[in-house]
Design a binder for this molecule. Sequence first.
Ligand code: EPZ
Length: 438
Amino acid sequence: MKGCRIVEKFVIHGGKQLHGEVNISGAKNAALAIIPAAVLCEDTCRIENIPNISDVKTMISILEYIGARTRFIKRDVLEIDTKNIKAMVTVPDDMTQKLRASYYLLGAMLGRFGCASVAMPGGCFFGVRPIDQHVRGFELLGADITTKGAVISASAAHLIGASVYMDNVSVGATMNVMLAAVKASGLTVIENAAKEPHVVDLANFLNSMGADVRGAGTDVIKIRGVRSLHGCTYSIIPDQIEAGTYMVAAGAAGGSITIKNVIPKHLESISVKLIESGIEVMEYDDSITIISDGKRPNKCIVKTMPHPGFPTDMQPQMAVLLSVANGTSYISESVWDNRFMYVEQLRRMGAKIQVDGKTATIEGMEYLVGAPVKADDLRAGAAMVIAGLIAKGETVVDNVHYIERGYENIIEKLIAVGADIERVTVLTDEDRIVAGAV
Ligand code: EPZ
């Protein structure tokens, strides 16, 4: 039929409490830096605990495009052979546009070959997302950076260690400069570095390859260049944001779920906010149990900050919890210019949220009402799912491809703890559904 297309949606019937266990997958934002980091050696790396998400599939296809050979030797164990990677390959726009992390190919290829050519990255839209700190870091290491159309190229006869003071804390720039610096001659010191768990995970992976990276997880990272790197076997950390998303879902929906395969230390800022909102959080060595009677949470003030502050990637999910809190809550977003686009969708479900610049004022309602909504980006999509779990009636979430960029088996994991959620495939003519599951 003219103009028709097949789309997938999530259909959720709210009001069910959640009980049982959820197993957390490997961290998306660690995997998306570690997979390209394998380019730095001419060997084979075996990376365990790889999450089965579309962004990882895209990153693997980029590595294969430049000549790597990859294969899954187990469901979540990826083997990458980088011996035949070609130096003078431009990673094209249609690949890099699919995800933000494609810019790590710049640092990795520059670090291995002294040259790189990568089209501008894509990624969720939260307003302007410059990469000036990445470029400045590469230039301080001695690279010449040119842009031609959408393609950024970096080249350096040889990279020399330097002091790189980040104007603002940047996860991507910190990790990209690390990638370019591990084989530079001499010492590189990154100051005002990002301290996220995935920054530490990348540093640990690089050190497993024979690099000399110290101080990751603090404001100052010191990298002493080495002549060559070798393959290794490495297991990626659990996903802090996936775990946090299920913690908030359990707190909002009520019930008791144990979230397994986590590092509680990485979740502290989220646990603190849930406890403040009246939800019980019990920490164990590698799991966290959330117990909630399903009553309305207490109001809270949330400020997103770089790690170890409250993660910006948990901001939309927290807004859903607070949209049914007792009283008025406030969320201020300090990392991104425009990360409240999901509010429009929540308003369709009865939420009362006013956004003024970087602060959202949330007047807690007794309940939300199910409605057709859409995911504007990855974490906003996760927030719509949580909203559907707690709303009265049916919620249909569109644009679910965003959600599947970063949440492995989200439907299966939620059904296993009692959620009434299903993925449906519909034929639509843009404005309306013309047929059910096809
Ligand atoms: C990473 O994005 C994550 N993405 C984002 O997660 C996350 O929101 C963000 O870090 C902050 O934690 C990946 O790891 C793939 P930044 P990144 O550089 O590296 C400004 C998700 O949901 N900035 O730390 O792009 C920037 O505009 C995604 O998994 C510059 O000004 O974020 C922002 O205001 C969404 N110049 C701030 O720094 C630069 O050169 C933090 O950005 C770089 C960044």
